[in-house]
Ligand binder design. Structure first.
Ligand code: ATP
Length: 324
């Protein structure tokens, strides 16, 4: 339903995106990830028609999405964009902000929808509060409810939980993505946070050096990140030669190993010298040194600086990475 064909874009001379091809089906959830400045927000703005592209085309079904040179007011009714800055009416209440786009000719329906959306963002208690008195995180939640009130078929989210505290973030993520799935609303989320991605995205797009370098179902990409850059977007990761972790292996092929996939062993494996242990709540993240290269691994206790330990990888992990 959404399709980008050979899209390239530059704000000035330097290209930001090159030859982007992408399809998003009805109800599908896509995460766009990549390091800061790789063009995630730019991609969302192109999809929404906020930027003029000279090369390539964007389609919604059969219809071409035209940029700002053709549409004075950007955006299409079936698509909503929740940007990093929220477009709210500060002097009216939360309730009024959410219901602004609902029809007053159906008051019962309007009330029901407003209540449903207030529940989704967990702000029933603030229904009558003026938006100007809300915190940044609360305003972001109202902005979310406001765009959903307009029943989009495609929702574009740019760092949607950036302002929201961790306590709320998890329940809001669940509420939002369940809400979207139930209503078959497609969603493209630009994010840095793997907590937005792993449980909710059907597919992940990775941007690097102006291009899409991966476009895969989430589980497949996590299990087979191919590159350290991709794995690192999900958490601490390493790239190590197989024959270093398994001395009997006769391949120097390097595989990706996430920090939690290393097992500390007494006598065999890759020998590293402990540099530092960081408390992570459920475990410690240990930074070790292997031939002047940092290696990251998890351990249930802190390890003493200067201690030599051996790191091992399970056969299952090894096979998984070598097969792909
Ligand atoms: N209005 C603009 N004019 C000129 N250059 C811009 C403009 N907006 C963004 N850029 C540049 O385009 C590149 C991509 O920016 P973009 O905001 O799309 O990245 P991003 O991946 O969303 O970054 P972040 O994760 O930090 O939000 C950056 O190099 C940025 O400096």
């Amino acid at each position: 339903m959404l399709q980008l064909d050979h899209v390239s874009f530059a704000y000035d001379e330097a290209p930001v995106l090159e030859d982007i091809n992408l399809k998003v089906q009805k109800g599908e959830h896509i995460s766009v990830i990549g390091e800061s400045g790789c063009g995630k927000s730019t991609l969302l703005k192109i999809i929404y028609g906020l930027l003029h592209i000279k090369v390539g085309e964007v389609y919604w079904g059969e219809r071409q999405i035209m940029g700002p040179l053709y549409n004075l007011i950007p955006g299409e009714p079936y698509m909503k964009y929740l940007a990093q800055d929220f477009d709210l009416m500060p002097y009216t209440t939360v309730e009024e902000n959410i219901s602004e786009f609902l029809s007053v000719f159906y008051p019962k329906k309007l009330k029901k929808r407003t209540k449903e959306l207030l529940e989704m963002i967990e702000m029933e208690a603030f229904a009558k509060t003026k938006v100007q008195y809300l915190s940044g995180g609360q305003q972001q939640r109202v902005a979310l409810a406001r765009v959903l009130a307009q029943k989009p078929e495609l929702l574009l989210l740019d760092e949607p939980f950036g302002h929201i505290d961790n306590f709320r973030k998890n329940s809001l993520r669940r509420n939002l993505f369940d809400y979207l799935k139930k209503r078959n609303i497609a969603c493209v989320t630009a994010t840095h946070d793997h907590n937005d991605i792993l449980p909710y995205a059907d597919r992940v797009i990775v941007l690097q050096d102006r291009k899409i370098i991966a476009n895969k179902p989430t589980v497949d990409l996590y299990n087979d990140p191919k590159e350290l850059y991709i794995a690192s977007l999900f958490g601490e990761a390493n790239k190590v030669p197989v024959n270093i972790v398994k001395s009997y292996a006769d391949t120097k092929r390097r595989i990706i190993v996430y920090a939690h996939e290393f097992k500390v062993s007494e006598k065999s494996g890759m020998e590293v010298v402990v540099k530092k242990s960081y408390y992570k709540g459920s475990h410690y993240l240990v930074v070790g040194d292997y031939e002047n290269q940092e290696v990251y691994f998890n351990h249930h206790t802190p390890l003493e600086k200067g201690a030599a330990v051996f790191l091992n990888v399970s056969i299952e992990t090894l096979n998984k990475r070598l097969q792909q």
